[in-house]
Design a protein around this ligand. Sequence first.
Ligand SMILES: Nc1ncnc2c1ncn2[C@@H]1O[C@H](COP(=O)(O)OP(=O)(O)OP(=O)(O)O)[C@@H](O)[C@H]1O
Ligand SMILES: [Mg+2]
Length: 256
Amino acid sequence: MVMSKVLTISGQKGGSGKSVTAVNLAACLSLYEKKTLLIDCDPQGSTTEWSGIKAMGYPFNLSSVLSGKATIIQAIVKTDFHYLDMLPAGFDLFEVALKLAGTVSNEKILRLLLEDIEQEYDYIIIDAPSSYGFLSVAALTAADWLVIAMSTRHNAVEDFHCLLKLIKYIRHTHKNFLKIASILFNRCKTDAEIDQFLADQNLSEIKDLICPTFIPEDEAVKNAIDKKIPLVLYDIKSPASSAYLRFAKEMVLVFK
Ligand SMILES: Nc1ncnc2c1ncn2[C@@H]1O[C@H](COP(=O)(O)OP(=O)(O)OP(=O)(O)O)[C@@H](O)[C@H]1O
Ligand SMILES: [Mg+2]
């Protein structure tokens, strides 16, 4: 029986590259013939938009599932990639989340829903929203592993320590094994830039968790977003595509 690895993409607030990473990690894993499910857990719907499925249309989304209007199996849609399925989201997720928030047991809802389909996938990748609200707690509670997207453009210390507190809360409240699989730097130019950033931010202790690959700043990322397709479909030879393919391979090796 195949048991999937559930990885939530979390990280700094506002624009560190969580959604770009969720879409492109999922697309690259599927290119390696890993059966992957990409879940958008953010009412912004960036992952849904950039995965290319919007053009294909779909009857249900994550809020339909959370509000009991559809089963998770009914809401999962196929993508242009043979090994990649998606559970989309839209702004209506915001209202459903408001209704579910405030009851601690509801924070496990996504994790419980995934039990029905976990065996179907090698990887389940969840894009978490930035805020520390119900949806980010639900997205982290659903996961066994976290990938933290970081950018040297933002101050990291406060965000990182808030995230550690959130991980502690989830481990304690929901008794789940939630570990940091990797910290992925995005929009960087060199390894030296990352080292300098960690020193400046007093974060040298997290060095062992930093992924050997970083994602470079690359116009192709923005162009793929404009075209609303994953980067590897837009330009598989672009520097950021190569980096995401390398990163996905590193993730496969981590979970071998
Ligand atoms: N490697 C990159 N090269 C160039 N631009 C990038 C790169 N990564 C991200 N961006 C730009 O940064 C923007 C923000 O990225 P993204 O939406 O993935 O961040 P996020 O962490 O998900 O943000 P939010 O907190 O709003 O959910 C993208 O729309 C894109 O324009
Ligand atoms: Mg995002």
